[in-house]
Design a binder for this molecule. Structure first.
Ligand SMILES: [Ca+2]
Length: 163
């Protein structure tokens, strides 16, 4: 009687194991077939200026420092008087060139905060410059061709400009 029960238990265990293996096989093959038919999903993730502060902390700190240099009274924003002063005294710009840059800097905003500056920089074409575009600017606009080789070797792109 005991032997019969033992044989029956072994049979049940074998059947259970077989059911488990078949279930596992079906699960794996079903998933594989499902995966093979599923197109690869590409997610379009939009990076905001706020996100980029965390991704490029050195760039954000550099913009903060530039803002601090222009914000003479350290009020937290650059007014038109401060930007004019910066363009005239520090950059030695006068006439139409100064007026054009002042308009481009302020647009309709009389007081530019750090985040305003950061957002402008984040959205600028220059920030997206690749190594070649940046080195061309260095040679033809800044007139420092002697540094082109260093910039290319260090793979400097537009993102690094304010640093
Ligand atoms: Ca100020």
């Amino acid at each position: 009687m005991l032997v019969l029960a033992s044989v029956q238990t072994q049979r049940i265990t074998r059947v259970m194991r077989m059911i488990w293996v078949i279930s596992l096989f079906i699960l794996i093959t079903t998933n594989c077939v499902f995966c093979a038919e599923k197109p690869k999903v590409t997610r379009n993730v939009e990076i905001t200026a706020d996100d980029e502060k965390l991704r490029d902390p050195a760039g954000y700190e550099a913009i903060k420092e530039l803002h601090r240099l222009m914000d003479d009274d350290q009020s937290g924003s650059i007014d038109r008087f401060e930007s004019t002063d910066f363009l005239q005294e520090d950059l030695k710009l006068t006439g139409n060139d100064r007026t054009r840059r002042e308009r481009a800097f302020h647009h309709d905003d009389d007081s530019i905060t750090v985040d305003d500056m950061w957002e402008s920089w984040f959205e600028s074409e220059e920030r997206a410059w690749d190594e070649e575009t940046l080195s061309n600017w260095l040679v033809h606009v800044v007139k420092l061709p002697q540094y082109k080789k260093n910039f290319i070797e260090k793979k400097v792109t537009g993102v690094a400009l304010p640093r």
